[in-house]
Design a protein around this ligand. Structure first.
Ligand code: PMP
Length: 439
């Protein structure tokens, strides 16, 4: 067993001062104890007990260039020497906004914020103001941050049985707030639908379209199984929303910059009205953006919609994002090709190891992100089939991987960075082999 005694002690100490002992609730679930990091470099991270891990958590996604990426550090440090934040405008904001409008196909204009949650809040507000309508369609298993008007609990056992029948079934799904303390009224305007079901989408939008301001969707259901949209599904969403005067928001907080500089919507050739991006945009520094059509973003320009935030567009955030874009743009996408190759090698390798150990499992994969699940299903193609995975067994596997010196998220989602090399992939596959043998 790895010695994580110092992490244990620090977690106990932390609970005396930091509510819950962690800064984001999800982190307390880590077994055997929430680890305390001492340093990260490239694709590796160290804990306070001196254990080293190859990192596939990558800060829950942002570290697309790995830890402490040199060019980002230099860019941020140079910016900080000229002042950390001004509360005035500066050229970095123009440059970042300009570059985002160049790389994101749907972007005529952008607005900058600090987190994915805030970007989604702004996108929903814009949609309501633009349409003059109230309701928001969102989908089971998608996550859009923790603000009151969108945060719903993942349904538990009842969803496991649900097939995604007609729109009627979908409407019967009880919407549960994501947390205590959240006004139930805040979710009154949410219509929660199963994702990847064309018939349900068509029926629900046609029935309630006159009340619906926006449909918000992850373009790939990264938060629940890395499930790809069925062929034509997002196109259908685009056509229906256009026809019915509904704003289509793609939440690209995970996929933005991860599937390519143009995000999933660029990759899939879609033009949503708005996208939200965060995580990889700042390479680990807090920055997010809403990007979209001139007609909608004009509501910010003409003062109809307020967009506020003390630290919005600060120089640290903009310089980090600019450095990230510069790095990811090098050699015409070579960075993405490398990440994708490494991910494919890892995915294929793990699939073979599952066969070798006779453990039924599925890896859903797109670009440098994949989800590994232990399941008897032959495919995980919606939230209902995702819920049939053996989550406890995977959490046990994640624990064994830690023992082997590989940090993976306990829910099964893996991220690769531009600095994971052949060596890390080989070490990881050897670790997976041993961890599966010990399950
Ligand atoms: N949208 C999506 C798709 C996300 O995955 C997340 C975070 N996991 C968010 C929004 C919220 O972003 P943040 O944690 O930066 O507020």
């Amino acid at each position: 067993m790895k010695n994580v005694e110092k992490s244990r002690q620090k977690y106990t100490e932390s609970q005396n001062y930091l509510a819950g002992g962690v800064a984001s609730s999800l982190r307390s679930a880590m077994k055997p104890t929430p680890l305390f990091a001492s340093a990260g470099s490239g694709p590796r991270i160290w804990d306070v007990d001196g254990n080293a891990y190859i990192d596939y958590l990558l800060g829950y996604g942002p570290l697309i260039l790995g830890h402490a990426h040199e060019a980002t550090l230099v860019s941020v440090f140079e910016a900080m020497k000229r002042g950390i934040t001004y509360g005035l405008q500066h050229e970095g904001e123009i440059e970042l906004a300009r570059q985002l409008t160049e790389v994101l196909p749907c972007a005529d204009k952008v607005a900058l914020s600090g987190s994915g949650t805030e970007a989604v809040m702004l996108a929903l507000r814009l949609a309501r103001a633009y349409t003059g309508k109230r309701k928001i369609v969102r989908f089971h298993g998608h996550y859009h941050g923790w603000s009151d008007t969108i945060f719903t609990a993942f349904p538990s056992s009842d969803m496991r049985q649900s097939s995604s029948g007609g729109a009627g079934d979908a409407q019967e799904q009880h919407i549960v707030p994501g947390t205590s303390g959240q006004s139930e009224l805040a979710l009154e305007d949410i219509i929660l639908l199963p994702w990847n079901d064309s018939a349900v989408l068509d029926a629900a939008l046609r029935e309630h379209g006159h009340d619906i301001a926006a449909v918000i969707s992850e373009p790939v259901m990264c938060n629940s199984g890395c499930v790809l949209p069925k062929p034509g599904y997002l196109e259908q969403m685009r056509e229906l929303t256009e026809e019915l005067g509904i704003v289509m928001i793609l939440d690209e907080v995970i996929t933005g910059f991860r599937l390519g500089l143009s995000g999933a919507h660029g990759k899939f050739g879609l033009k949503p009205d708005l996208v939200t991006i965060g995580k990889a945009l700042g390479g680990g520094i807090a920055v997010s953006a809403v990007a979209g059509s001139q007609a909608i973003m004009a509501l910010i320009e003409n003062g109809t919609v307020s967009h506020l935030g003390t630290l919005n567009g600060n120089g640290v955030a903009t310089s980090a994002a600019l450095a990230t874009i510069a790095e990811l743009s090098k050699n015409e996408g070579a960075v993405y090709a490398k990440m994708e190759n490494n991910a494919a090698q890892l995915v294929e390798g793990i699939r073979s190891l599952l066969v070798k150990h006779s453990i039924p499992g599925i890896l859903n994969h797109i670009g440098p992100v994949f989800h590994m699940m232990f399941t008897l299903e032959t495919q995980v193609e919606d939230f209902a089939s995702f819920m049939k995975r053996d989550a406890a067994k995977y959490a046990e596997f994640a624990g064994k991987m830690l023992e082997e010196g590989v940090l993976v998220r306990s829910n099964g989602l893996w991220y690769l960075s531009a600095v994971h090399e052949e060596r890390e992939i080989e070490e990881t596959l050897a670790a997976v082999d041993r961890a599966l043998a010990n399950l």
